[in-house]
Design a protein around this ligand. Sequence first.
Ligand SMILES: [Zn+2]
Length: 153
Amino acid sequence: MIEDCIICPGYRNAQGYGRKQVKGVKYQAHRVAYAKANGLDVSTLVGVVMHKCDNPGCINPKHLTLGTHSDNMQDMVQKGRSMRGEKHRSAVLTLEQAKEIRARHVPNCRVNGSSALAREYGVSHTTICQTVRNKRWTESPSSQLCENQGIAS
Ligand SMILES: [Zn+2]
């Protein structure tokens, strides 16, 4: 890494992501930093802003890259963080994705609402709602994959 990480000051959530408020809406700080550096509007930013440095609190735009959901999956697979391949993409979210969804979810939002997130992550609307309500996911690694729909057994 050519430049050092810039750690978002102030509040950070349990996953280490900073929060930043723009026009009264809270976003992940790194999404805001990415949008700003690229002349984009964070409220319409689609896709997953990933950290090349793997430092969730980092807001150095040079360490941030915008990827699609499948890029993110590949990135996770490469980094060995994914427990499962892409076979069950219609039903399964990783714990990381669940956290991302919870952090991003804004009710009735065109970009971060349940329907938009469902499309982006390739899961059902119900899965998003349940994920947001924290029904399916806990912080325990052993329950990382507790979605049963669509898994052949
Ligand atoms: Zn960084």
